[in-house]
Every structure is written in structure tokens, then in C-alpha cells.
Ligand binder design. Structure first.
Ligand code: ADP
Length: 431
């Protein structure tokens, strides 16, 4: 399922960024190309201005001058004297001449078909010069041209110079630019898809892990619930057919197992609340030494029952109050003492202590019990983890330390476990 989501997210990320990138590329190309055409047309107009000024100053238009101008500006010149093509137009080879004639005709057609052209007029000493620039696409070569018609008129004759400039180079330049953008866009989309794949993978990783944990939690919870429930069912079944004097025994079993189920369900509820960030922590100034003392008194009978010596070490002066939820911290202390009593053999020793180092409060529960291996130390805070299932008593589900961990984490503190010299474990809560 996550593979599909991963793929879809990658496609979505790549798709959206690619669309944005392509739109931006189009906008850039549009602005850049219109700018290029505008500049080219302006440069052509300026050149035509210069050429018309030169023409104005010449009494005779020489062929050398026309050839030089053609070669310099990449322009085509056509000179018409009173509408008749000038000799210059016929200098090239016949094949070229015919294509030049076609182009001249096309340019004249384009010029006459455009009525709203801007005409620049300059009145010289001998004559009046007008020039007018326009754009057209040659149907024969399918190439765009800029054209200019320069007219010099005197009362008895009109000289018309038609200058054409092919936009082939500019169009090639634009085509190359488009191709470059296309290649850049394709490369960027490829890179984006790789990046999106890793990025969405990283995003999904905690979700996948969380889902695995949830599945494991449900499997372990069902397993733990099945045992007491099957005991309850079979005891109830036996109770139905049992003689009255034996029913009490079965009812007692049902009650005991019912209590186990209820305690397991409440533990699971606590953990689920913590997972959903609905873990109510009511911070208030708390006297940790008093809390520890209360727990010490509460567990004294249980310790005595197992012939375990339970002692408490408090600092000489009164401890300042610590901001904490007293009920939750009492729950943590109870879990630690309960574990210490469970995993410490008879005649063992458990010591409770509280102290303040710098700005931190340390609550420790130390026992000289069976201890925890380094390998297990990494796992004991996991849900439903028990070092040796057979070693734990029936009321140990492997949830105590994970609850303690969540409570301490919600307080912004931490919980550590270390070995005790001579055997045993020391759990320290730092707040
Ligand atoms: P449980 O309810 O089984 O005690 P916990 O989460 O409280 O579950 O503890 C996880 C495991 O850590 C226990 O099963 C036990 O093996 C180990 N453990 C916890 N406290 C101690 C201790 N004081 N000494 C030795 N082992 C301990």
C-alpha cells in the first residue's frame, strides 16, 4: 500500500513542480523572444535611417556602395528607378536573380497590403526622403523578413530603394534557445522525480514505521488479551456445570483474570492517549521527596512479603518543588518499584532516592536483583517487550516501562537504566 502512495506522491510532486517550471519557461521564452524581435526591428529601423541619410548625401548611387552595404549588413538591396529595376538587381547569376525577383514581388505585395505603416519623412536639400519599415513572411521561402521602402522623390523622378533583412539567423537563434530550454526542462524533471522519490520516501518512513509498530502493538495486545479471556471463558463454562461448593473457585479465577484484562486495557489506553498526543499532564509544583516517601510506604508490605529490604534516601534539606504532574510521576515510581520487587529475589535490597543536580531532579530506584543485559537494555522500553516471558509473573505484560517512558517524555525528561556493582539495575528518572 505504501509503495503505491510513495509512487503517487512522487508523481504528484514531480508533476506539480514540472508544470510550474514549464509555465515559467514558457513565460521566460515569450518575454525573451518578443524582446529579441523588438530589438532586431529597432536595430533594422536605425540602420534604415542611416542608409536613407547616406542616400540623401549621395548624388550618384554607385554599385560598389550597394554591394558593400549588402555585404556589411546582411541586407538585400533592390533599387527601382521610376518603378524600373535598376541594373544592380541583375548582377547575380540568373537563378539567383529569379529568386530575388520573387522575393522583391512578395515584399512589395506585403508592403502594399499593410495600410497602417509608420512612415518617416526627411526633407533634404535636393529631395524629400521617406522610409517605412514592415515585417512579412515570404511564402516561397517561408522565412520572415524585415523590409524597408526608402523613397527619394524629386518633381521629375522617383528613386525607390527596397531593403530586405532575413530573420533566419534570429529564428535559428530562437530555435536553439527553445531546444536548450527543452533539454534543461527534461533534465530538471528527471532530477526532480529522483529528488521527489527520495524526499517522499523520507517523509513516509516515520509513517511506515509507525504503522508497523501499530500492527505489532495490535498483534501483541491481542495475544496478551487472548490468554486471560480464554481462562475466563473456560472458568465460566466449568462454573455452569460445577457443583455449588466449587463455583466460588471458578468465580475467583474469573474475577482475577477480569482484573488482569482491565489493567491491560487501561495500560493500552494510556499508551494510545500518549500516541495521539492526548496525554493529560497537569504540571504543578510537586514535592518529589513526598511523592517518593508515599510510594515507599505503599510498597513496604509487598516488599516485606518477599523479604526484600526497601529503603529510602532523601536529601538532608528540603528539596525545592519540581514542576511535574504528581499523579503521573507517582505512576512512574510505582512501575519502577513494582519491577524492582518482581525482578529481585528474596532477601534482596531495593533503595529509593531523590536528589537535585544543577537544575535537574533525579529519582532513582536501585535493586540488587537479576539485572538486565546490555542487549536487553535497548529494548526494555519497547511495548510488550519482556526479557524472558517465562521469567515474568502473570501481571507483567511488558508495558510498564513503555508507559513510564511516555510519561517522563511528556514531562520533557528522560529515563535511564544502568548496572549496579555486584549485580542488579538502577533506573533513574531525570526531570
Ligand atoms: P513488565 O510489565 O513485564 O515488567 P516492563 O515494561 O515494566 O514490563 O519491563 C520490561 C522488561 O524489563 C521486563 O519484562 C523485565 O524483563 C525487564 N525489567 C524491568 N525492570 C527490571 C528490573 N528492575 N530488573 C531486571 N529486569 C527488569
Amino acid at each position: 500500500m505504501f509503495q503505491k502512495v510513495h509512487l503517487r506522491l512522487t508523481l504528484l510532486c514531480t508533476g506539480i513542480t514540472a508544470i510550474i517550471m514549464i509555465i515559467m519557461s514558457f513565460c521566460y521564452l515569450y518575454v525573451s523572444e518578443t524582446g529579441l524581435y523588438r530589438n532586431q526591428f529597432q536595430a533594422f529601423k536605425n540602420d534604415m535611417n542611416t542608409i536613407s541619410t547616406n542616400l540623401e548625401q549621395q548624388t550618384v548611387i554607385s554599385m560598389e556602395w550597394l554591394s558593400k552595404m549588402e555585404a556589411q549588413g546582411n541586407y538585400l538591396f533592390f533599387v527601382l528607378d521610376n518603378g524600373t529595376p535598376f541594373l544592380f538587381n541583375q548582377l547575380n547569376d540568373p537563378k539567383e536573380n529569379s529568386s530575388r525577383d520573387i522575393l522583391l514581388q512578395e515584399s512589395r505585395d506585403a508592403y502594399t497590403s499593410q495600410s497602417d505603416l509608420e512612415v518617416s519623412t526627411r526633407t533634404g536639400v535636393f529631395t524629400t526622403i521617406t522610409h517605412c519599415e514592415y515585417e512579412f513572411t515570404s511564402p516561397s521561402t517561408e522565412t520572415k523578413y524585415y523590409g524597408s521602402v526608402i523613397r527619394m522623390g524629386s518633381p521629375d523622378s522617383t528613386l525607390e530603394v527596397i531593403v530586405l533583412s532575413s530573420l533566419l539567423n534570429l529564428e535559428n537563434q530562437i530555435r536553439e534557445q527553445r531546444l536548450r530550454f527543452l533539454l534543461i526542462d527534461v533534465a530538471a524533471v528527471l532530477l526532480l522525480s529522483i529528488f521527489s522519490w527520495f524526499f517522499t520516501g523520507k517523509l513516509l518512513k516515520p509513517i511506515v514505521e509507525n504503522q508497523k509498530k501499530q500492527a505489532l502493538f495490535i498483534a501483541s495486545a491481542s495475544h496478551e488479551l487472548r490468554t486471560p479471556l480464554s481462562v475466563i471463558l473456560s472458568a465460566a463454562e466449568c462454573c455452569k456445570s460445577a457443583p455449588p461448593e466449587r463455583r466460588d473457585g471458578f468465580l475467583k479465577t474469573i474475577c482475577q483474570e477480569g482484573l488482569r484484562v482491565s489493567s491491560l486495557v487501561s495500560d493500552m489506553l494510556t499508551l494510545s492517549q500518549s500516541d495521539n498526543q492526548r496525554f493529560p499532564i497537569r504540571m504543578e509544583p510537586t514535592e518529589l521527596d513526598t511523592l517518593l516517601m508515599n510510594s515507599y510506604e505503599a510498597f513496604q508490605p509487598l516488599a516485606q512479603e518477599k523479604s526484600i529490604s526497601l529503603s529510602i534516601e532523601l536529601p538532608e534539606g528540603a528539596l525545592p518543588a519540581c514542576p511535574a504532574d504528581p499523579e503521573r510521576i507517582s505512576q512512574v515510581i510505582s512501575i519502577l518499584i513494582h519491577n524492582a520487587i518482581s525482578y529481585t529475589p528474596e532477601h534482596g535490597k531495593i533503595t529509593l532516592s531523590v536528589s537535585k543536580h544543577k537544575e535537574r531532579f533525579h529519582i532513582s530506584v536501585t535493586d540488587n536483583g537479576i539485572g538486565i543485559s546490555d542487549e536487553d537494555k535497548k529494548k526494555i522500553f519497547d511495548r510488550f517487550y519482556r526479557v524472558e516471558k517465562s521469567r515474568s509473573t502473570k501481571d507483567h505484560f511488558g508495558l510498564g516501562l513503555s508507559i513510564a517512558y511516555e510519561i517522563v517524555k511528556a514531562h520533557g525528561g528522560n529515563i535511564q537504566v544502568s548496572d549496579v556493582l555486584g549485580g542488579g539495575s538502577c533506573f533513574t528518572v531525570v526531570l
